[in-house]
Ligand binder design. Structure first.
Ligand code: PLP
Length: 397
């Protein structure tokens, strides 16, 4: 039976060749592949600098480190999200303040942001959930008006444009992920944070590399630099001067080599994702009485991570029934990320602030949302299989 995975990495000879070359040349420690990858991805986002790390989750935590906000600062973010979009807010002892999402977009309801702002609000962390986005210009304008930082969590897509400009044009810091199911992978994982400020770039480099200041020397073995270090009155090799309490979020050179080979194929991956999404969209258009279809802002060009559907309240079947039917037919499904993140065990007791009104859309998505694949590993036959299986399920009603 043909298997239709929800997410899948695609690679070929080019990726293998580039990784093997790094191995053959014995240069697995961070070097030119990472530098090239950082530059290329930052350019796609219209940012001056990129700092590659080991995951998108690490990049979000580092972004918050860079902002250096006082404890208890409030950060506005949607309730429907990914765990490590909110996790770092809590880890840094800030307070997540939750907005709902919009129906069918799975992204933040921009109309609710300003009402949530208080004197303590310092930043917006906006996940481009599923690769879709809300009105990024409005978000940028709200951030500017209220003097807030705007962090774009673009982990689910890479290189979307809003009103013809890369999404990173509108943010203070943009983040993406190279996890295995994403449009570009750095060999199964990886992430990057991107910015225009060189002081942020430098600090991110130090923090990702154990907090060592030597992370900033490109020729880090140069003894003229190394032996100028001092700790108090003790001359000390700058290789082992720790300026900050840092992390080891370092990326791998072979991952970046893999990613560099993938970037060449980004235009073709994009086309396939867009084709698959459009194909599924026109199929499900016939079944709008059962499903809320995905909605994309007319100014946005993106490639969706997966194809989301929310069962209508009055649909004559349950999500579980549908999911079981699909999975038994080898069509992989997922719920839509966290649902209401406050209902997740790890987040049930976090300090947070909410609106008085209900989070109707997030709740509906949590109960009745489902995704199937539309990624670049799926051929026409896979998409047809999704349609056939859905068709058979719906005919049986
Ligand atoms: C919206 C969002 N943010 C952050 C992440 C975390 O990225 P990573 O898997 O690279 O840690 C993910 C998942 O991959 C995600 O979907």
């Amino acid at each position: 039976m043909l298997r239709v995975p929800y997410g899948q990495a695609v690679h070929g000879e080019e990726e293998k060749k580039r990784v093997v070359q790094v191995l053959d040349e014995h240069r697995t420690i961070m070097g030119k592949e990472i530098r090239e990858f950082e530059e290329r991805v930052a350019k796609i986002y219209n940012k001056k600098f990129g700092v590659m790390v080991n995951s998108g989750s690490s990049a979000i935590l580092l972004a918050l480190e860079l902002l250096d906000l006082p404890e208890g600062s409030e950060i506005i973010t949607p309730l429907l999200t990914f765990a490590t979009t909110v996790g770092p807010i809590v880890m840094k002892k800030h307070i997540p303040v939750f907005a709902d999402v919009e129906e069918g977009t799975y992204n933040i309801n921009v109309d609710q942001i300003e009402d949530l702002i208080t004197k303590k609000t310092k930043a917006l962390i906006i996940p481009l959930l599923l690769g879709n986005a809300s009105n990024l210009i409005r978000i940028r304008d709200i951030a500017k008006k209220h003097n807030l930082y705007f962090i774009e969590d673009s982990c689910d897509t890479l290189g979307a444009t809003y009103k013809g400009k890369p999404t990173g044009t509108y943010s203070d810091i943009s983040i993406t992920s190279f996890y295995g199911s994403h449009i570009i992978t750095a060999g199964g994982g990886g992430g990057i944070l991107m910015m225009n400020r060189s002081d942020w770039r430098d600090r991110a480099r130090v923090l990702r590399g154990w907090g060592r200041s030597s992370s900033l020397f490109s020729e880090s073995e140069d003894i003229n630099i190394r032996f100028k270090g001092k700790l108090g009155s003790i001359p000390y090799d700058a290789k082992f001067i720790f300026d900050e309490i840092g992390y080891n979020f370092l990326p791998m050179e072979i991952g970046a080599a893999f990613g560099n080979a993938q970037l060449k194929r980004l235009p073709s991956f994009r086309k396939i994702r867009e084709r698959n999404f459009a194909d599924l969209y026109s199929f499900f258009k016939k079944y709008e009485q059962f499903f809320i279809l995905p909605k994309q802002h007319p100014q946005l060009r993106t490639q969706w991570l997966a194809f989301p559907l929310t069962l209508r309240e009055k649909a004559p079947f349950q999500r579980l029934q549908l999911a079981e039917y699909l999975e038994k037919a080898n069509v992989q499904t997922r719920p839509i990320f966290t649902g209401n993140i406050l209902k997740q065990p790890g987040f049930a007791h976090i300090k947070h602030r909410k609106m008085k009104n209900d989070y109707k859309i997030t709740e509906a998505v949590m109960r009745r949302g489902i995704v199937v694949g539309c990624h670049h590993g799926l051929e026409k036959k896979h998409i047809n299989r999704i349609k056939d299986v859905f068709g058979a399920f719906l005919r049986k009603l």
